[in-house]
Design a protein around this ligand. Structure first.
Ligand SMILES: [Zn+2]
Length: 477
């Protein structure tokens, strides 16, 4: 057990706020027993993965902006579910690497909020401000498929961009938009990469052929969101697309042309399509309510789908977190199938309308800074051993350590953090969870190896180097 040194200092840096997740969650299953090690159960088999494999910090689509940001989203005391999902994802990518000997794309979720950002001091640091806590100066993975925290930030930014930048600009230009959903038939017992690849290929053909139709309708571009759910028939990949057009465009003609082109394209790539493969909802930007609904349809993390089409990835993580091994395996299978699929794509919209791109869109940042100047309350900085932080948040621990530490910080400052980190480390010791190599270079973010990891999947021994882990697997097996 390492000794924990907590030091409290005051800083005056204004920190930017992240948009909050939509639904309040609770950490009730940790609260119930009154101890940090409440009632979460993970199966032994699911815990065999100990070390994680960083594949590519920019995987899972556009990792826009987040790579530069070194503060995790703040932790609302009532909203822990995202952190629990993140911890489950960390365990699943680790388990995949352990079993398969290779990385899933987006495996760097294992270090999100845990490792230090390149160049940062090797000490764990929490900032508590306005009742919310976040890790500061730590690595942010930016994975839009595997990491619940990073995905939420990306989804929120895209949604904010739709409402705050795109929709007003369209109105100004006398344009409207219609929502199109494209999908194809799929079955459980095939390689899930097949329907994903077929959908993308069919879209490529479809989009090329639609160019004339779009032009005739006065389109200035499309916003495209790729989504998946997991259901009885396996992975269900689909596109939600906002097609822009003139206010008075002939939408009946456009819908007919699109429907025909979509069915044709699906057959050409060897897919099948039922009536439900194409859905067209005209003029979805007519009033405020429609705009809210459209932006929600185009960018949501976990609240929208999941009733008739199966579970969202987040819901699958929830099930895996409760010990459902099949759900865990399905999540891994889905992430494997998604590969480097982009989640959002705004094409030429920003250029054509002369507005910021979604990645440049920094919602309300200026406002926060102004508030910061007026607000006499300074953020509380809590620091403790980085080595203990890695240990207390280790994926193989089977606890959402990050959530527990941040909750402790928000509720009880440094004293509670020390108690919590200490308790988690003792728990780790009791489970003989492998420890991290205590070298002077604990920063996992060596720039060279990061660059290699962006170009290709890391080999087994490189992953070890990347993570500065010593023989973790040998210790576990
Ligand atoms: Zn992340």
């Amino acid at each position: 057990m390492q000794s924990i040194s907590c030091a409290s200092t005051r800083a005056s840096t204004p920190f930017l706020d992240f948009p909050l997740p939509e639904s309040p969650d609770s950490l009730s299953r940790f609260d119930r027993s009154g101890t940090p090690f409440g009632q979460v159960r993970y199966s032994k088999a699911a815990l065999t993965g100990a070390a994680a494999a960083p594949a590519d910090a920019s995987t899972g689509g556009a990792a826009v902006g987040l790579g530069k940001n070194r503060d995790t989203p703040p932790c609302n005391p009532r909203q822990y579910r995202p952190y629990v999902r993140q911890a489950t994802a960390q365990r699943l990518v680790s388990g995949y690497w352990s079993n398969e000997g290779k990385n899933l794309r987006g495996s760097s979720v294992a270090g999100c909020g845990r490792w230090k950002a390149y160049g940062s001091a090797l000490i764990a640091q929490i900032v508590v401000e306005g009742g919310q806590a976040r890790m500061s100066g730590h690595f942010i993975c930016g994975c839009n498929w595997t990491c619940e925290m990073c995905a939420r930030a990306t989804v929120a930014r895209n949604r904010s961009w739709l409402r705050g930048a795109l929709f007003p600009a369209l109105k100004e230009h006398g344009k409207s938009g219609s929502l199109v959903t494209l999908t194809l038939a799929h079955s459980y017992d095939v390689d899930w990469a097949i329907p994903v690849a077929a959908l993308k290929a069919a879209y490529g053909l479809f989009d090329k052929r639609m160019a004339k139709v779009y032009k005739k309708a006065g389109s200035v571009g499309k916003f495209k969101a790729f989504e998946v759910t997991i259901g009885r028939n396996g992975i269900h990949p689909h596109f939600h697309i906002l097609v822009t057009h003139d206010d008075d465009a002939d939408l009946v003609a456009m819908e007919d042309a699109m429907r025909e082109a979509w069915y044709k394209a699906v057959i050409e790539v060897g897919g099948r399509c039922s009536d439900r493969g194409f859905d067209f909802r005209p003029n979805r930007l007519n009033d405020y309510a429609a705009k809210i609904e459209a932006s929600h349809e185009l960018s949501s993390q976990s609240t929208k789908q999941g009733r008739k089409n199966g579970k969202s990835l987040s819901q699958t993580l929830d099930a895996a977190g409760r010990g459902d091994l099949k759900a865990g395996a399905e999540w891994q299978r889905a992430i494997e199938a998604l590969g480097s699929t982009n989640r959002f794509h705004a094409g030429n919209l920003a250029k054509n309308l002369d507005i910021l791109t979604p990645s440049e869109w920094d919602d309300g940042a200026g406002d926060v800074e102004e508030v910061g100047l007026d607000d006499p309350e300074q953020p509380l900085i809590i620091e403790y051993s980085f080595e203990d932080h890695l240990k207390a948040t280790h994926p193989s621990l089977g606890r959402p350590g990050l959530a527990m530490i941040l909750r402790a910080a928000a509720r009880g400052g440094q004293a509670k953090v020390c108690l919590m980190v200490d308790a988690l480390c003792r728990y780790s010791d009791s489970k003989r969870v492998p420890t991290w190599a205590p070298t002077s270079e604990l920063s996992a973010l060596d720039s060279e190896i990061i660059n290699i990891a962006k170009l290709r999947p890391l080999a087994r021994e490189e992953v070890g180097e990347y993570l500065r882990v010593t023989r973790v697997l040998a210790a576990v097996k």
